[in-house]
Every structure is written in structure tokens, then in C-alpha cells.
Design a protein around this ligand. Structure first.
Ligand code: LRH
Ligand code: MN
Ligand code: MN
Length: 430
């Protein structure tokens, strides 16, 4: 496997940090032992954790007002994969990349697959894009894509989703994520039922093109770009459509796509219960679809979501196999640093959730001991599991201190030399 950061630099940095890490790890191990938890078992589970990186997250996102490009931004999918491989080399829990078409322009998918293989990377769900018009496109998505009142426009959107499946097959992906921006901006502009009927008709065509081992991930979002109504606006409409389509269709939860204060962990629980949880787009948010770094604002919420996920794992719930992906937009940070940090934050929530004393929690739930139930969750959340995460990373060949080692490598400055700024390019994020 080709690595882009000098392995001896990683080894050197790790060596100097190892004595302190070992001390902290042993101390945490002794503490956990008092609660009957074997730290080694937890570290092994942490080391198996994976979350996919979005190809579009490697460039500076920008807003609808401005985009301020960073140094050495990737100019194409090959350079995006290089950055993803650096992320994975440091954190060793991001082996897969979720591509977005046609933002990721590819002329030879076999070549792309080979390029990723060499970097030790694979592909997670492929994302279609019918929320923008592309140059030369015959029919406009101004008034919707899969739900457009014009049949030719709907056909064009269906065909794009089907070509994404074809491309994904070559890349070794097994899922298509469909998010549409379709909706309306004025009361009365669209007939709610007819619009959803058109969605289902189109989505069925896409669904029917799925290979046997593929899934279709339906992603909901409350608003934006449509500001009065959105067709797939919440998990209710989402799961109704997934049920209507069939077993291969499941609901994807993007953390930023809900009304403020919505109990997302409960939505997750419901979807698990009915075997309809596709997976996640992790990010954090204060106001709306902010796409901030995962766990940067609401680490407790993220932990509570993982509490549901680990509970499902613990109870061996049938059909439970969610896909974990990041979906972020970076405006003021180096995207590589944000993505490394975020992967670690998601992994941190997972590890903390593993440490919940589940039998005690079930007991407190059954006896209606609210304060002790809450304290049981808090006890796990309040533990500092950083030594477990660092040890899992180093055992997988990663860096004890990902950001410090990455900065020391000078990768970004070198990318700046190799990739002169176009002043534009990047993710093309909306
Ligand atoms: C929509 C969304 C969806 C898109 C991505 C770029 O807001 O979350 O997942 O594909 O952003
Ligand atoms: Mn998303
Ligand atoms: Mn979003």
C-alpha cells in the first residue's frame, strides 16, 4: 500500500509520544478494570471502527455568499483520494471514500478503482446529484428532478441515478445515496400528493436498477434549497418511501437535516427497530444544515446516537448494518485536519457508548430509577477515552497525534506547490 506521508516520520513521532500514552492507557485500564471492563477488548473494537470520508469534504466548501479557497486544494478526484489516503494513514479508521457524481469527474472508473486500491482505499455509497444543472444538460432541475412535472426531466434524473449505480459497480460500492432538493418555495406552488407520487414512480425505476446486493439510501432534509416545502422533508416521509420501495431501500440520517432540538437518537432507534436504518452522514450543526465538524458542538447528542447503535449491536438486532459516513463542509480549517478530527470524534462516541454499563441501565429503566439511568449514561460519556483511541490508531499503523504528525510532514505546503490554486474548483458544495 502506497503511503504519502513518510512512514519513518510517523514512527519517530509515535516513539516520542508512546511512553506518555502507555502511562495514560495503563491508568485508564486500571480504572476500567474496577468496573469489570477489559480495556484490551474495547481497544480491539475501537480498532475495527470505520467511518467513510466524503470526497467533497476534501476541498473548501464555501457558502452561497463566498468561497475562500485553501492552499493546495485537490483539483480532481485523484487528488481528493490522495488527501483521503493521508487522512486514513493518520487515523486508520477511514478506509472508504464516498464519491459524488458528477462533482467527481471520472473518465475511466477502472483506472480510478486501481488508483484507490494502490492507496489502500475503497468506496462507500455513491451519491447522485440532481440538485444542480450541469453544463450541457438537456432538461433543467429548476423545478425539481425526480419529482419534476415534466416526464423527460424525471427520466433524465432517473437515468443519472442509474448511471451512478453502474459507475459504483466498477468501484466496488454497494449503495446509492439519493438526496433531492426538490420542493417548493411558495404555498400552493406544488400539489403535495402528486409531487410525492412522482417521486415514488421515479424512485421505483432507480430501485429496480439496483443489483441484488445493493441498497438505496434515501436522505431526508427539512428545507434548503426549497424554502416552503421539501418532498423528502423528514424521517417520516423518508421511511414511508423506503417501505413503499422495498427491502433494499433504507433511510439515511444526516445529523444536520432536522429541526432544531429534534430527538435524533430516537429517530435512529425507530429506524433500527423496523430494520430501516441505512446509515449516517455525520456532522454537527447549530442552526440548520451547517455541516460543521462532527462532535464539535454536540458531542453528547452524538454519544446518545451511538448509545442506540451500540445497544442494537449488543442485542444483535436483525438487519442492523449501518453505513457510517461524514458529510461536512470546511470553510476555515484545513479539510484534512477537520476530517481527521471528525473521524476521531465519531470513533470517540462509539467507544464511549461501548463503555455504558448496559445491564445496569436496563435495570434502572425497569425500576424507573431515572436519575441512576441518566448517571449510567453520563458515567460513560464523562470518561476520557483518548488513550484507547490513540492506542487503536497506533496498533493499526496510524499516528498517536494525527494533526501534529500531519503538520510536521509539510504535506499541505507541498500540495500547494503541486496544485496551484484555480481560485475556484473544490467541492462545488451547495
Ligand atoms: C444535502 C447533503 C447531501 C448532499 C450533500 C452534499 O444537504 O447533505 O448529502 O449529497 O449535502
Ligand atoms: Mn448529507
Ligand atoms: Mn446536508
Amino acid at each position: 500500500m502506497k503511503t504519502l506521508i513518510n512512514e519513518s516520520l510517523v514512527a519517530e513521532q509515535n516513539q516520542s509520544l508512546m511512553p506518555a500514552l502507555q502511562e495514560d492507557y495503563d491508568h485508564l485500564g486500571a480504572k476500567l478494570q474496577r468496573s469489570g471492563i477489559d480495556i484490551e477488548a474495547v481497544t480491539q473494537q475501537a480498532a475495527k471502527f470505520q467511518v467513510a470520508v466524503p470526497s467533497w469534504g476534501t476541498g473548501t466548501g464555501g457558502t452561497r455568499f463566498a468561497r475562500f479557497p485553501g492552499i493546495g486544494e485537490p483539483r480532481n478526484i485523484f487528488e481528493k483520494l490522495e488527501d483521503c489516503s493521508v487522512i486514513n494513514q493518520m487515523v486508520r479508521c477511514t478506509e472508504k471514500v464516498s464519491p459524488h457524481f458528477p462533482w467527481d469527474k471520472v473518465s475511466d472508473f477502472t483506472e480510478l478503482k486501481g488508483f484507490a486500491d494502490d492507496l489502500g482505499l475503497g468506496f462507500d455509497a455513491v451519491n447522485s446529484n440532481t440538485f444542480q444543472d450541469q453544463p450541457g444538460q438537456e432538461h433543467s432541475y429548476k423545478y425539481g428532478s425526480l419529482t419534476n412535472t415534466c416526464p423527460q426531466t424525471r427520466e433524465q434524473a432517473v437515468a443519472h441515478n442509474i448511471e451512478c449505480i453502474e459507475w459504483g459497480k466498477t468501484l466496488g460500492s454497494t449503495a446509492l445515496t439519493v438526496w433531492i432538493g426538490d420542493g417548493s418555495n411558495f404555498a400552493g406552488q406544488s400539489h403535495f400528493q402528486r409531487q410525492l407520487e412522482r417521486y415514488l414512480d421515479s424512485a421505483k425505476e432507480v430501485y429496480n436498477a439496483l443489483p441484488d446486493d445493493w441498497s438505496m439510501f434515501i436522505e431526508h432534509k427539512m428545507f434548503e434549497p426549497a424554502f416552503y416545502s421539501t418532498v423528502i422533508q423528514d424521517w417520516g416521509t423518508n421511511v414511508l418511501c423506503a417501505m413503499e420501495l422495498g427491502e433494499k431501500a433504507k433511510s439515511l440520517v444526516d445529523l444536520g437535516h432536522h429541526a432544531p432540538n429534534v430527538n435524533i437518537e430516537m429517530i435512529v432507534s425507530r429506524l433500527i427497530q423496523f430494520q430501516k436504518l441505512a446509515g449516517f452522514h455525520f456532522n454537527d450543526s447549530k442552526y440548520g444544515d451547517d455541516d460543521l465538524d462532527s462532535g464539535s458542538l454536540h458531542p453528547f447528542q452524538q454519544f446518545l446516537i451511538f448509545n442506540e447503535l451500540v445497544d442494537a449491536e449488543h442485542r444483535n438486532q436483525p438487519g442492523f448494518n449501518p453505513a457510517y459516513m461524514l458529510d461536512q463542509s470546511h470553510n476555515v480549517t484545513d479539510p484534512i485536519e477537520s476530517l481527521m478530527n471528525s473521524a476521531e470524534e465519531v470513533q470517540r462516541s462509539y467507544v464511549k457508548a461501548l463503555l455504558v454499563d448496559r445491564d445496569a441501565l436496563y435495570g434502572f429503566q425497569d425500576s424507573n430509577d431515572a436519575i441512576m439511568a441518566a448517571n449510567t449514561l453520563k458515567a460513560a460519556f464523562n470518561l476520557d477515552v483518548a488513550p484507547i483511541l490513540a492506542m487503536a490508531r497506533v496498533r493499526n499503523g496510524g499516528a498517536i497525534a494525527p494533526i501534529a504528525t500531519y503538520r510536521e510532514s509539510g504535506y499541505r505546503a507541498a500540495a500547494g506547490e503541486k496544485r496551484p490554486s484555480s481560485g475556484h474548483s473544490g467541492s462545488g458544495i451547495v
